[in-house]
Design a protein around this ligand. Sequence first.
Ligand SMILES: Nc1ncnc2c1ncn2[C@@H]1O[C@H](COP(=O)(O)OP(=O)(O)O)[C@@H](O)[C@H]1O
Ligand SMILES: [Mg+2]
Length: 290
Amino acid sequence: MGISFKEVTHSFRGIKKKEIYTALENISLDIDEKNEFIAVVGKTGSGKSTMLKHMNGLYLPTAGNVCVFDSIITPNQRKNPKLKKVRKRVGYVFQFPEYQLFEETVLKDIMFAPINFGMKPEEAKAKAISVAKLLKIEKLLNKSPFNLSGGQMRKVAIAGILAYDPDILLLDEPTRGLDPLGAKEIMEIFYKIHKETGKTIIMITHDMNLVYQYATRVVVMKDAKITFDGKKEEVFGSNIYKDNNLAKPEILELIDYLNEKLHLNISYDTYTLDDLLVKLRNLKVGDSNE
Ligand SMILES: Nc1ncnc2c1ncn2[C@@H]1O[C@H](COP(=O)(O)OP(=O)(O)O)[C@@H](O)[C@H]1O
Ligand SMILES: [Mg+2]
């Protein structure tokens, strides 16, 4: 098992000490070490980021425990020596990660975390150059990270995580604030990594188009609890998405329209516009329902 939550609750103390706010309530969840692409969805404030922060030991549970690979994280263990290992194996790409850039050059910024996790400088440099190539930012390596466009800064921040080669990637709204092309570019890179290495990815997003295109499993959160955990086809092929105030992916809206107006029979195992075009091109006269 990669990550396992057992009845995890997390409460925050309010400004007044007596106030307590429960952001996660009795969450149990099992995630495989390999080949999962999970979308975590739900309203702002439902507990998504708090849940992800337990997956790499950034937050400790208030009750229950989280097992990450072979390390068990329980309440009140701030000085747990296993936490560093957990953080190395599970990389967290924060929301707006570019806010955390700070080094003089892009190269130094990408090398920072790998060195912090014990990699030798020469090795960290080689790794930084190889991830910069993957993200197509190798020309920026000697620039200051502060003289880049928003999309380039995002890529530099992501490169800094990929450079220490975590086994599992946590992505907190990775496309937020990017233009559509930038968003697509970044998603394609994560998807390529996922497909080629089998690394499990857990992604928070509000974009149901991304969910339907890339994820296989969907975890829906509401008021600190998980209200659904299962296949994306089940979420959008039933009323589950409506019951949880989620939008329907555009590709499915289009399929509904075609099926209804042209009396076609296109099934929901159609995840992208390209998939749909292939199906439409293969239609033969007489394929309609009429
Ligand atoms: N550091 C914190 N201190 C106090 N309350 C917090 C903190 N982080 C999050 N919360 C509260 O916990 C709830 C869940 O937050 P979060 O996990 O960030 O939700 P989401 O990512 O789904 O938008 C929210 O009501 C938020 O205000
Ligand atoms: Mg969040």
